[in-house]
Design a binder for this molecule. Structure first.
Ligand SMILES: Nc1ncnc2c1ncn2[C@@H]1O[C@H](COP(=O)(O)OP(=O)(O)OP(=O)(O)O)[C@@H](O)[C@H]1O
Ligand SMILES: [Mg+2]
Length: 417
């Protein structure tokens, strides 16, 4: 008889017990009160003494990260990651992290018994929330991978694409390798801000165009030195095929680049929900048009229900008049945003649509445009909070809100690389 320790949600204990029984009919099982307690107990046990089951866990540390940490600690006899509906990508990530087995809990108990054991929680959950919860976690914290910053909004035309393009070009000018991903899968136009004729087809990137699996090296045209733009789908109808891979794509990019910026569609699709859930910072963009308050409130409420803590949310007012007072806030906060920071991007006038519309975002970098300066400050502040501000004079200047060293708008490229 061997000993097992499990860390899982209270409502899943019955299913985990059944799983352990199926793996080791004579084994004894104990449940740890918390994820931390489980890791400590395994760490303090004799090598090989405990088999460990991790998951399902909602809130706090993700199952796959905890399972990877326990496997890395090296004391466990074996590590089993227990999930409902484990995807192929989760399995391969778990395998890479040293997890011995990924067990699908859906097959362990009959469906009605599971619904009963978790109080019907899962079956009552709307599909959008379910899709987001099954998104793979990002591996490690931002000291080990690139920060992922996702921009979304409850309505169209508020400036998400413009801000993402500007943020990407700015961070690249600070020497960062930036991946800008367009999750407006059917209709996105992020690529056009960089002067590219079309986007890199995400259906190909995630292996849904030709049956191949996601490439280890992300392809893509380098829009300008330092920025790789991915997306949207070449065929709008492929969006549905790509959406389930959004989380995996972001995870992948976060280990290959220094910064991952995500543009989204105005409506909250499955892909957007996954991105929101994974984001290190979810930037909720609004403008000053009538109705901005209610759409912001709806979006922040949805993000909160997706499990995005308010510390991860940033509220961004775009198109603010350069003459507005600093403390003037246009829209009151919505659910989940009460304590979130409010950032501003200033109105850059017609120069912004003119330059972005003709693919010249890089021409705006380091210019005297209030739009460019305020986006640089936004990016610098978020990177600084996440501990990822590059050591570069221009980034430091942007952080302090100071104007960049001037160069003429249509002058040469930036120099700090
Ligand atoms: N701060 C700004 N100053 C001036 N113009 C701006 C600013 N932000 C955005 N714009 C302009 O507003 C228009 C809408 O912006 P954009 O396409 O980025 O919005 P979006 O939220 O991505 O829209 P959609 O939801 O349709 O994708 C564009 O013409 C853009 O150039
Ligand atoms: Mg857009």
């Amino acid at each position: 008889m061997s000993d097992w320790l499990a860390a899982c949600d209270q409502g899943d204990r019955r299913a985990v017990r059944a799983l352990v029984r199926s793996l080791d009919p004579t084994g004894s099982l104990e449940f740890a009160a918390t994820a931390d307690a489980a890791r400590r107990m395994v760490f303090e046990s004799a090598p090989g003494e405990l088999g460990v089951v991790v998951g399902p866990l909602s809130g706090g540390v993700s199952e796959v990260n905890l399972a990877a940490a326990v496997a890395q600690d090296g004391n466990a006899r074996c590590v089993v990651l227990a999930r409902g509906g484990a995807t192929g990508s989760l399995r391969s990530r778990a395998e890479r992290a040293g997890v011995d087995l990924v067990a699908d809990l859906d097959g362990v108990l009959p469906a009605e018994a599971r619904a009963e054991s978790d109080g019907g929680r899962r079956s009552a959950e709307p599909p959008l929330l379910r899709a987001a919860r099954s998104a793979p976690a990002l591996v490690g914290d931002v000291s080990e991978r690139a920060p992922v910053i996702v921009f979304c909004s409850g309505r169209g035309g508020v400036g998400k694409t413009s801000v993402v393009a500007m943020a990407a070009a700015t961070a690249a000018s600070w020497g960062m390798r930036v991946c800008a991903i367009d999750l407006d899968l059917s209709c996105g136009n992020l690529y056009s801000c960089f002067g590219l004729g079309n986007g890199v087809d995400l259906a190909r990137v995630v292996g849904q165009a030709g049956g191949e699996s996601m490439s280890r090296e992300l392809p893509g045209a380098l829009a300008d030195p330092g920025v790789q733009v991915l997306g949207p789908c070449e065929l709008p109808e492929a969006a549905e095929l790509v959406a389930p891979y959004a989380g995996e794509l972001l995870s992948h990019a976060s280990v290959e680049f220094d910064l991952v910026l995500v543009d989204t569609s105005a409506c909250f699709t499955d892909a957007v929900a996954q991105a929101a859930q994974l984001a290190d910072r979810l930037v909720l963009v609004c403008d000053g048009r009538p109705g901005a308050t209610s759409s912001l409130a709806r979006t922040s409420g949805l993000a909160a229900r997706l499990g995005v803590e308010r510390t991860r949310m940033v509220r961004l007012e775009n198109g603010v008049s350069p003459r507005a007072r600093r403390d003037e806030v246009r829209a009151p906060a919505g659910e989940g945003l009460e304590a979130a920071r409010t950032q501003r991007v200033l109105d850059g006038g017609t120069e912004v649509p003119d330059l972005l519309g003709s693919g010249q975002v890089c021409e705006l970098v380091g210019s005297a445009s209030p739009f460019a300066e305020s986006v640089a400050t936004l990016v610098a502040q978020i990177l600084s909070e996440l501990g990822g501000l590059p050591e570069c004079e221009e980034a430091e200047r942007a952080l302090s809100g100071a104007a960049p060293r001037r160069r003429s708008l249509f002058g040469g490229r930036w120099g700090a690389r």
